[in-house]
Design a protein around this ligand. Structure first.
Ligand code: SF4
Ligand code: SF4
Length: 192
């Protein structure tokens, strides 16, 4: 969360990725659940935007162009995963970014009155690097990769494995698949 917030000029209460503390009511076991934009293949946030400020790229990543965003927040209402956050006040360290050119893949400089969310660190991918959160995790929690290549790399161990095997062997699931949003993020159930 810190790596992401530092990269994206976010205040502590703003999240592109939020690690939630969860409890399994049956086993009473606590676990953590990182929640980010699910990078839906059928994203309801995109279809409601009246000015095409949020859009899905050919590689599947959903981005926001802050220079087009008019702050209507329709996309926040449409997102069933609460993945978007609104810049109600001046972004963190706004003065440091005053002369920085806008980077739509990094979504920085942030702008008061616009919406922001996880972009799968599209700026890092362009440089051949894993996303900020994936690289920062010390516990090997995150795998990231290309579904078409069926390969994902662990951010901590740097081990690359078949995505299809990882999902099958761990009974992976997606959040609210019944909505038809086709999320690109999969979860592996907690182990006790
Ligand atoms: S999780 Fe929400 S913000 Fe992200 S692509 Fe899906 S609908 Fe859009
Ligand atoms: S808040 Fe911005 S990105 Fe969201 S729907 Fe409105 S114009 Fe589009």
């Amino acid at each position: 969360m810190s790596a992401c917030q530092n990269a994206h000029q976010l205040h502590p209460e703003q999240h592109h990725i939020n690690v939630l503390e969860m409890r399994n009511e049956t086993s009473k076991v606590d676990y953590y659940m990182p929640k980010t934009c699910q990078q839906c293949d059928n994203p309801p946030c995109v279809s409601v935007c009246p000015v095409d400020a949020t859009f899905k790229r050919q590689d599947g990543i959903v981005l926001i162009d802050n220079e087009r965003c008019i702050g209507c927040r329709f996309c926040i209402a449409a997102c069933p995963y609460s993945a978007r956050t609104f810049n109600w006040k001046e972004p963190k360290d706004a003065e440091l970014y005053a002369d920085v050119a806008y980077d739509v893949e990094l979504n920085v400089p942030q702008k008061k009155g616009t919406v922001t969310k996880c972009a799968f660190s599209a700026d890092r991918l362009r440089k051949g690097k894993l996303p900020y959160c994936v690289s920062a995790c010390p516990n090997g929690v995150y795998y990231f990769g290309d579904a078409n290549e069926d390969l994902v790399t662990n951010g901590t161990t740097k081990k690359t494995v078949r995505l299809s095997n990882l999902l099958k062997e761990n009974a992976a699931y997606r959040l609210m698949p019944e909505l038809g949003t086709k999320p690109s993020v999969y979860y592996l159930p907690p182990r006790t």
